[in-house]
Design a protein around this ligand. Structure first.
Ligand code: R5P
Length: 388
């Protein structure tokens, strides 16, 4: 393996224990201001030092992460469709290798949508990205997206993970499922597990534990950390499992302890605020010793008019809530999927009609390919993935 590639990979999967704790904050690339990730900078700041790597988009990296961090970046380079668009699986590569290098990415990440309408496009894109990234020793993480109709069973995920590995992905990110060992065993490259939608903290820790026990190198976890009431407590508990070999009970106890300390500290700081001036009796006299300060405005005549120049700020932002109407209703970050995609089934009712003779022409395929999950079923994976 090339030195650069090996070095970058070792920053993501720690060679000490062959484990990885990746924090995912890339959700905005198709979900927009995801609940509790509305302000990425605020979310990322306290968590950055507790993860091994951060998975994000270039926009968030540039705007919300300090360039002095030592945490490696796993840069999402695919996108193009939103949660309210026609088809989430229609993604392309949106970031050039040059820009990824400028951002000092330690790995590139993109999604493939196996079984969807855009399966071919996304899988070919993965192959091309691996070839391009190889020129610069950049590893590629392939994300096997799942959808409502694509299922999350071991047969489907094994197919998707194996395809990603065959295209040259260095790490594959997928979802945990029953018989997950099978998915891991049939994938020749390391597998990292996505956290998925928010579930109770103990359950998320159980998922982390189960994933590792089944052979995953770690988790690429997002919502179950930063949608928790106590994100730092949660990531520390996840870390205890990934790198500390904690069991679920121990990790959950750690979470509870840290969460309660966090609550106390929050209460304290709220309670202390009114008394802040009491403890700082010298502040009122500060101006006495600095007689020149009161005249600062004299020398900056433009400052007094600052409010005049910004009177209409609220006018320009009156409709923000219009664009985020139902986020809290569904809390799953997929606000109006059904509303906005009501006709998907209408528009795609004939898929089976158009492919009726496939089995005729390939009568023995199933004998030789026992792992193709639902091909003979009328519900051949539908191209309406909804990852979240
Ligand atoms: C992947 O495609 C997503 O953008 C997230 O990176 C991934 O789903 C992991 O985040 P979460 O733990 O919230 O599922």
């Amino acid at each position: 393996m090339d030195w650069g590639l090996e070095n970058r990979l070792s920053r993501i999967i720690k060679p000490q224990d062959n484990r990885a704790l990746m924090l995912a904050v890339d959700h905005g690339y198709f979900l927009g201001p995801t609940e509790k990730l509305e302000n990425p900078k605020k979310v990322i700041g306290p968590l950055l030092k507790h993860c091994d790597s951060l998975m994000l988009t270039r926009g968030v990296q540039r705007s919300s992460v300090s360039a002095t961090t030592e945490t490696p970046m796993v840069l999402r380079v695919s996108g193009g469709s939103s949660i309210i668009g026609d088809d989430l699986s229609q993604e392309d590569i949106t970031v050039s290798i040059e820009d990824a290098i400028r951002l000092n990415a330690s790995a590139l990440a993109m999604s493939i949508f196996v079984g969807s309408k855009y399966e071919y496009q996304t899988v070919v894109n993965l192959g091309k990205l691996v070839s391009e990234a190889a020129k610069y020793g950049l590893p590629v993480l392939a994300v096997t997206a799942v959808g409502k109709e694509l299922g999350k069973d071991a047969r489907y995920l094994s197919l998707a993970c194996r395809m990603a590995a065959e295209q040259g992905a260095h790490i594959v990110k997928t979802y945990y499922c029953e018989n997950f060992e099978k998915v891991v065993q049939s994938c020749p490259v390391p597998i990292i597990v996505a956290g998925g939608k928010k579930i109770p903290e103990r359950d998320a820790l159980q998922l982390t534990y189960n994933s590792i026990k089944a052979g995953a190198v770690g988790v690429d976890i997002g919502r179950n950390v930063w949608q928790s009431e106590h994100p730092v407590a949660m990531i520390k508990a996840v870390r205890a499992i990934v790198h500390g070999n904690s069991n679920v009970d121990k990790a959950f106890k750690l979470y509870q302890k840290l969460a309660s300390e966090d609550s106390k500290n929050t209460q304290k700081s709220k309670g202390n605020k009114p008394n802040q001036n009491k403890n700082k009796p010298n502040k009122p006299n500060q101006n006495k010793n600095k007689p020149n300060k009161p005249n600062q405005n004299k020398n900056k005549p433009n400052k007094p008019n600052q409010n005049k120049n910004k009177p209409n700020q609220n006018k320009n932002k009156p409709n923000q809530n219009k664009n985020k109407p139902n986020q809290n209703k569904n809390k799953s970050n997929k606000p109006n999927q059904n509303k906005n995609k009501p006709n998907q089934n209408k528009n795609k009712p004939n898929q089976n009609k158009n492919k009726p003779n496939q089995n005729k022409n390939k009568p023995n395929q199933n004998k030789n390919k026992p792992n193709k999950p639902n091909q003979n079923k009328p519900n051949t994976p539908k191209p309406t993935p909804a990852k979240k």
